[in-house]
Write a protein that binds this ligand. Sequence first.
Ligand code: PLP
Length: 391
Amino acid sequence: MDLFDKCEIYYKRVEEALTKGYYPYFIPIESETSNWVVINGKKYLMLGSNNYLGLTNDPRLKEAAIEAVKKYGTGCTGSRFLNGTLDLHLEIEKRLAKFFNRDDCIVFSTGYQTNLGIISSLVSKNDYVITDKLDHASIIDGCKLSFGNVKRFPHNNMTSLERILKSLPKNSGKLIVVDGVFSMEGDLCNLPEIVNLAEKYNARILVDEAHAVGVLGKNGRGTVEHFGLEDKVDLIMGTFSKSFATIGGFVVGEKKVISYIRHNARSLIFSAALPPASVAAALKALEIIQTEPERRRHLWKITEKMREGLKKLGYNTGESVTPIIPIIIGEDIKTLKFWRLLFENQIFANPVIPPAVPPNRSLIRTSYMAIHTEEDIDFALGVFKNLAKYL
Ligand SMILES: Cc1ncc(COP(=O)(O)O)c(C=O)c1O
């Protein structure tokens, strides 16, 4: 078989989905990414963004990015390791470390690279990394890149996690990695129990707070703050691609550990530094996260109104307790058809089918933002009400 034969098969499937109108990916948005967006000249209510605090069009972030471009230019043209570190990078690392009450921080160019870098640098040959089966792909890929041993437990199954930990050599290095908020179903990790088990079996913990920073916790510090376990978790990583409304990633923790990651993470060392505009926007977003809790409050109000509304209509929203609200459908074809119906009714949401979710767990992922209004939610619930009979 020729190497490209699989592409032919794949290409035909994509073309067929496009012709039939069931292709939900790479849809070009022609407007600002706000609560409403324009696609092909038509307005859609955005229920598919990770812009939780609604900051992507905040004039303060835009201004900060523009000023950074004026001062530093458009890019760093090199790795943080060599020519790519700006004083601006150090500034945001200092502020993030302070925000999370940690010794130190290192900023990467994306959240994906952050997980790749942390896991692959820390977990070496005789170490173990233990992950939840629903952890984000960047965690799974970080494990693949590490030279350590990888173990996985069924989603949030603490009995299985304990069984794994018990079976590992007592003196081996162990890292448990979990999403704080799981990105597809919007549920939380069982952090209290993970902390207990980590203490019992001498394991370290890394929590991915991509969907939690700015959203959960009294001060917006995420799931770890939400559970009051900030002194029990070794490493917290996050991304700038969601509440921070730009791009980039970071990890905070103990000085010597961050220093080790800084000097060994290949996804940091062999990739160009985060551009100044993104750092400046993230700095401004951090300031807003710290000073405008009302954004968070509104986000939760909107979220709960939507969750209650969907439940009343009989939709299955799973275990979600966050602004990520899935509508669990099961079959993938039915999910794509339902996505299409939503789209025809001016709702932009994300269909999620295997391998992004387990088989027969296909869902429509909806997510909410601090810029959604009560009227937006009424509109969305109206559409869901009309379409309920379909399911
Ligand atoms: C849980 C989780 N971790 C990490 C990432 C990667 O972040 P980024 O988009 O900044 O690469 C994502 C983004 O989808 C995510 O959902």
